[in-house]
Structures are given as structure tokens and as C-alpha cells.
Design a protein around this ligand. Structure first.
Ligand SMILES: [Zn+2]
Length: 277
């Protein structure tokens, strides 16, 4: 009987040792990274815990930049989403082009389905703050930063997209002082102004089309990619197809602003005159 018990104990010990050995070997193997993965792991700054969070949606997943199909132009729509976002999206879809929307946090919450559709259809999305009130937004570095962070988290919670693209209310000059830029920069935000002002908001009529085309022609001469300021509003949607017809006929392909597109912001010499007003 004693021999039997001893034999069982011995067997248990042997099995345990074998199992431990297997785990040990497996564990060692899992730490070996194939050579081609070492480079990417290195750029991770060692933060790979082995249990990464659920992946966020990559806003640049549909790589439309990969297709070289004519002159690029960035159409940007501010202040949305709105009740006409769907109309704008329908037109963009019809022309098979992409745009970028810089949106206000309360409007994102009011039209979450529009936000989801923008992302689903491959458009660029970014923040435009919360209040759109120059006294509140530009009150301090902190208020500007807080508004953008609030917009960023609303956008992320609705769509799963974390974007760093921002456009400050009324553009960066004259209100966005260097100290503000520094704070936004440190947070990783990428500031985008424009170089074509459609004046769609001020003109509030069909006239904005000709004003825009005239500036695009001018910008083209300098070899710069046009970045067009438009607004997510009814009158803009109403005549948008005319602008898209012009762009198509003139070899332009409207594309979205990507996270890695080099940002453009105003330089003093083309905006400083506004400071005097
Ligand atoms: Zn605005």
C-alpha cells in the first residue's frame, strides 16, 4: 500500500514537472519577437503591456492619399454638424469626394448620427471648440485647451475616432497668441487654418461659388494646395454641386485632411491686417 502511495506521489511530481516545463518553454517562446516585428515594437517606447486597449478606429484607415488622381484640394466645413449635414454628405458621396468637418461639441451631441456617417464615409473630422464665443474660447490658454479637449472626447465617445485636428473659432489670427499655440501644440493638437475663404457665411448666397473659384485659381498659381473654408449650412449645401463641378472639370480631387498631413496655419503677412480692425 505504501509503495502504491509513493508511486502516485512520484507520478504527480513527474506530471507537475512536465507541465511546468511546458509552460516555461511556451513563456520563453512568447517573448521572442520575430525580427520584422522588433522595429515596430521599438517605436512603441516599451508601452506594449501585452494587453492593449481595444483599438480605436483609425481615422485615416481608408487611404485615399495612396491614389494619385489629380490635384489635391481640401474642402473644410465648419460649425456643424447641422440639419443639412446629411445633404452635404449626399453631395460629396455623389461626386465620390472627401472633405473635412471641424465641429462644435454641442452640435456633435445634437447630431451624433451625422458624425458617425462622416466617419463611416471616410471624411476627416476635427474639433472647432464648444462655445464659438471669442471671449470665452480665447479667455485663457486653459479655456482654449479645455474646449478642444471636450470636443475631442465627445467625438471619440460618439465615433471611436480620436482626432488631433483642430480649427480655432475665427481662425488662429488674431486671437490665438503664441502661448495658446504652445499649449495646444503640447497637447498634440494640429492646427488648421485655410487659404481660401469662400465667404459662404457672409455672402449667404450663390455668390460664394465665384468668390471661391477666383481664389482657387489664384492659389493654384503659387503651387499651394487650396484649403477651402466652408460652413455646414443650408446655403453652402444648396450650391455645393456647382463648386464640385468646377473642381472636377479642372482636375481637382477633393481629399480629406489626414492626421499626418502637414498642418497649415496663417502667417502674419496675410492676416495681420485684420488685427487693426
Ligand atoms: Zn466657426
Amino acid at each position: 500500500m505504501k509503495k502504491l502511495i509513493l508511486a502516485i506521489i512520484l507520478l504527480v511530481i513527474i506530471i507537475s514537472l512536465l507541465l511546468w516545463g511546458n509552460h516555461h518553454i511556451t513563456g520563453t517562446r512568447s517573448q521572442v519577437t520575430p525580427p520584422d516585428e522588433t522595429a515596430s515594437a521599438g517605436s512603441d517606447n516599451g508601452t506594449n503591456s501585452g494587453h492593449p486597449n481595444l483599438p480605436l478606429i483609425d481615422p485615416d484607415a481608408d487611404d485615399d492619399e495612396a491614389v494619385d488622381d489629380g490635384k489635391a484640394i481640401y474642402l473644410t466645413f465648419d460649425d456643424g454638424p447641422s440639419s443639412v449635414s446629411g445633404e452635404i454628405l449626399d453631395i460629396l458621396k455623389e461626386y465620390k469626394v472627401k472633405a473635412t468637418f471641424f465641429m462644435l461639441e454641442p452640435h456633435m451631441k445634437k447630431y451624433p448620427e451625422m458624425l458617425k456617417r462622416m466617419v463611416k464615409e471616410g471624411h476627416g473630422v476635427g474639433m472647432h471648440g464648444v462655445t464659438h464665443d471669442k471671449n470665452k474660447f480665447y479667455h485663457s490658454e486653459q479655456t482654449a485647451l479645455d474646449e478642444m479637449i471636450k470636443g475631442q472626447s465627445a467625438l471619440e465617445s460618439i465615433t471611436g475616432v480620436k482626432t488631433e485636428l483642430i480649427r480655432t473659432p475665427y481662425g488662429s489670427i488674431p486671437y490665438l497668441l503664441d502661448s495658446y499655440r504652445k499649449v495646444l501644440n503640447e497637447q498634440g493638437f494640429k492646427l488648421w487654418d485655410w487659404n481660401v475663404d469662400s465667404s459662404d457665411w457672409a455672402l449667404s448666397s450663390h455668390k460664394y461659388i465665384n468668390v471661391t473659384i477666383k481664389q482657387i485659381k489664384h492659389i493654384e498659381q503659387s503651387g499651394t494646395t487650396p484649403i477651402v473654408l466652408l460652413h455646414d449650412q443650408a446655403v453652402t449645401a444648396q450650391y455645393l454641386h456647382e463648386l464640385l463641378d468646377y473642381l472636377k472639370a479642372n482636375g481637382y480631387t477633393p481629399k480629406k485632411i489626414r492626421q499626418d498631413t502637414k498642418p497649415y496655419s496663417f502667417t502674419c503677412y496675410d492676416r495681420c491686417r485684420h488685427v487693426k480692425e
